[in-house]
Design a protein around this ligand. Structure first.
Ligand code: ADP
Length: 554
């Protein structure tokens, strides 16, 4: 080791220069990764790996530059000892990266590094067992000689690399999405670098005549691994290249400014340059801060959107379960209720003998209330069918004139019972036999119209209800309209009544039992018929009008 450093530098080959510059650059790069996230253990270990690689590169260059000079034995021992530290550090980085948040206890570290100490021990205390240097004699050049222990050395290197790559493969299998892509890239880079380094730095000296001619290729492979891994790590951790670029740019600007200070030609010049430098440094810190904040908020939005995705999936599952529950519960409630309603009706009709007046009145109440419950339950069942997409439609020609007039005559009695005037008109237009045929599900359309008439009766304390069936001016559409002189509604109410469970404010004073489901179901049914349903009113207390527009049969 008595060779002067300058001599070594002078005799460096181009390849060695490449190794030195390359490992310096990559150490710097791994430093940037660490600097971006000082708290992350994997980035710290990546930096250490970069440093270890730099030491290996420098020792290699020294070895190469002083090859065939005296003291080569110490040189080669040092080279193999520093090369041996690279695999455990690569393994350590891969271990922490793959086994997330793994705590690196002292005992674990000792276990990971004890093979290394053993190798160094063998190298130092058993010279020649693994590798030695045969000095030049006469014309024969000096060369590297491998001992029996070289197999142990090779096994040591391979074991670290294989286990490290194995961990990465495991992590690759377990992960998904962009992480899988990132890990695939890292796996590729580590594998290619490891195989090249093993072939060129470990095994090639055994076969190549010069012994160490191809060492530099192994180095280069590891040097190339670092930028590739840096790129992947930056993506993987969402460290943004924007921050690095901004900070790098600002560092260069600051460096130039400081250099400028030394080049000042007068005191005034120095003063102005100092002020400018200070201003720029001050504003740059703001710039870096704002870039960092922007990236942090982007990350937060990304995390939030992932959480939202998860929540919405959970909500969908819950909603489905709710619909299922509603459907099961409604089915179980409907059958006994129908029986109650039926028996109440039979009792009031005297099928079981004459009943006293008070008993008849009570039974009448049971009949009416169970009727409400049956309607409510069938609304619930409709909702669960609509939401699960199980509402079946049986489309065929429907004569709306027959349907509306039939319903009108059925419900007229109920309206008159509430002391309301009830009229139903069909606009015959120019043609006496004007047809009001549409294609639809008769039962469902009946449900819509009867619900609207029923609502008018419920929400009209006094006055009249009038039904009209007509055609649109172009004669293509069938329009059913219904006007009442009831409680009317505000603009706001008009907007919301077609929504689920939506009722006008204070409406329960007029009619208590409402659920706010009828119009929602009606709207869904009309939607399936590609028609329109809407309400109009001149305001609270001024009555309401409801319209259903359906496509006439062509
Ligand atoms: P429900 O009648 O059971 O409350 P609907 O969905 O049928 O449910 O009606 C929703 C709401 O629309 C009612 O609660 C009421 O506020 C309003 N509404 C419906 N029809 C009329 C009407 N003819 N006049 C005034 N308000 C009405």
């Amino acid at each position: 080791m008595s060779v002067a450093l300058l001599d070594v530098i002078n005799s460096l080959s181009l390849a060695s220069w490449g190794v030195v510059i390359g490992s310096l650059f990559t150490a710097l790069l791994s430093g940037v990764v660490y600097w971006q996230d000082l708290t992350k253990r994997s980035s710290k270990l990546f930096f250490l790996f970069g440093l270890v690689n730099l030491v290996w590169g420098l020792v290699y260059a020294y070895f190469e530059g002083s090859f065939a000079t005296s003291g080569m034995h110490a040189g080669i021992t040092m080279l193999y000892a520093t090369a041996a530290v690279v695999p455990p550090f690569l393994f350590l980085f891969l271990y922490v990266f793959s086994v997330e948040d793994s705590q690196l206890s002292k005992s674990k570290l000792l276990a990971f590094f004890s093979p290394y100490f053993a190798i160094v021990g063998i190298l130092v205390f058993y010279p020649g067992f693994i590798v030695s240097y045969e000095e030049a004699v006469g014309d024969t050049l000096g060369k590297i000689v491998f001992g029996e222990g070289f197999l142990i050395y090779a096994f040591y290197v391979l074991a670290y690399l294989l286990v490290g790559v194995g961990l990465l493969v495991k992590k690759y299998r377990e992960s998904g999405g962009i992480f899988k892509t990132a890990i695939r890239g890292l796996l590729f880079a580590v594998s290619v670098a490891s195989v090249t380094a093993v072939m060129m730095s470990l095994f090639s000296p055994i076969f190549a005549s010069g012994g160490h001619d191809l060492f530099w290729i192994g180095h280069l492979a590891v040097i190339l691994l670092i930028p590739l891994a840096t790129y992947i790590l930056i993506n993987y951790n969402f460290w943004n290249i924007k921050i690095i670029a901004t900070e790098l740019f600002i560092s260069i600007v600051v460096l130039v400014l400081i250099t400028e200070l030394f080049l000042a030609i007068s005191l005034l010049d120095l003063f102005i340059k100092t002020i400018i430098a200070m201003l720029i440094i001050f504003s740059s810190s703001f710039l870096v801060g704002s870039v960092k904040r922007e990236i942090q908020s982007k990350e937060r939005i990304m995390r939030l959107s992932q959480e939202l995705d998860l929540i919405s999936k959970r909500l969908k599952v819950l909603d489905k379960k709710k619909s299922e529950f509603l459907s099961i519960a409604s089915h179980h409630l409907r059958d006994p209720l129908t029986a109650i309603k039926g028996y109440a009706s039979m009792l009031s009709e005297g099928s079981f003998g004459d009943l006293s007046r008070p008993v008849l009145e009570a039974i009448e109440k049971i009949f009416v209330s169970s009727g409400h419950l049956v309607t409510m339950i069938s609304d619930f069942m409709d909702i669960s069918r609509i939401e699960s997409g199980d509402m079946n439609y049986n489309f065929k020609d429907v004569d709306m004139k027959k349907l509306v007039l039939g319903l009108a005559s059925e419900m007229k009695q109920s309206a008159e019972h509430s002391h309301l005037t009830f009229t139903a008109t069909v606009d015959e237009g120019s043609d006496d036999d004007e047809e009001y045929v549409t294609v639809g599900d008769e039962g469902k359309l009946r449900q819509v119209i009867s619900n609207l008439i029923d609502n008018s009766i419920k929400y009209t304390p006094r006055g009249e209800i009038s039904l009209l069936l007509c055609k649109s001016p172009d004669g293509k559409k069938v329009i059913f309209s219904l006007s009442d002189t009831g409680i009317g509604m505000s603009e706001l109410t008009k907007e919301k009544i077609f929504k689920k469970f939506s009722r006008a404010e204070g409406v329960s004073k007029v009619y208590t039992e409402g659920t706010g489901l009828g119009l929602y179901v009606a709207k869904e049914i009309v939607k399936k018929h590609e028609g329109r349903i809407w309400a109009e009113s001149k305001g609270e207390g001024h009555g309401s009008s409801f319209y259903v527009e359906l496509e006439g049969k062509k």
